[in-house]
Design a binder for this molecule. Sequence first.
Ligand SMILES: C[S@@+](CC[C@H](N)C(=O)[O-])C[C@H]1O[C@@H](n2cnc3c(N)ncnc32)[C@H](O)[C@@H]1O
Length: 285
Amino acid sequence: MDLALAAAERDLGVGRAMAAPGWVRDRVLTILEAQAARLGITAMRAAERLQRDRSAVEEIVAALRVGETRFYRDPVMWEAIASAVIPTLPQRPVAGLSAGCSTGEEAYTLAMMLAIAGKRFSVLGVDRSSEAVQAAREATYSAEAARHLPPAYVRRFCEVDGSVMRVRKELRSLVSFEVCDLVSAVPRGGFQIILFKNVLLYLATPAGEAVARRLLGELDARGVLITAASEVPRLCSVGIATARISSGVTAFRLGPRTGSEPPPPPPAAPAASGSGFPGGMEGGR
Ligand SMILES: C[S@@+](CC[C@H](N)C(=O)[O-])C[C@H]1O[C@@H](n2cnc3c(N)ncnc32)[C@H](O)[C@@H]1O
């Protein structure tokens, strides 16, 4: 198990090695047992094979990257964005970013909310998984997905046809998606809202904190970065400035560093060049 976690972290920058959360360890063990059963060997032997079989490591990493998401996930956060963030935004067009967007539900929810508020806007979603980005661009979901959204959003922004739901073209045209490994580079931009939710748990320490700092550097002066509530303590613990936007919802802003923090590490790989991002890409700094 520890061999598998260490290999995943060393090769691909995911997991948290010996400090991996329980769900990571459970999922790794499940895959190791499946690999062992396929090969007719013990789980211990399957773990030892990881040192010389990259495809076995990649199978584990893919399982760790399963991008669970849904429309309007964490309603309390969305209500806080609607009532306490969007009304404070300047009149100019709003730029939103869903960093670690998976199959796009979060980016489209943000777009729906901005449209309902009468804003001019664009939303960018980025994810490391090209399959997820492709699905996000398709914007076709099970009709079941609609039950998470307020009915007014479904009526205005979605076409439901039997068991399939698709985000309408007018909204799709305002939301774009790119493949991007945030550990290597982050989209550049003057964003007013960055959603960086349920991604930190995929990133080793300190790579995750470094990604958060780089994203903060792409906020405009009054912008906010929002993580899942469970991820707030991890960023607070390295001194990133918080802004309580409503009861129960804490956001992060660009703020002064505290003296004791280590500088962010260099990026894991050279920044991508020639990306399709309007503002380009920003690697580690
Ligand atoms: C659990 S999903 C979260 C989706 C959405 N943000 C939400 O909260 O519903 C996590 C996503 O982060 C992506 N991810 C993990 N590591 C990443 C990295 N280094 N760069 C970009 N995306 C990453 C995964 O591919 C996955 O789609």
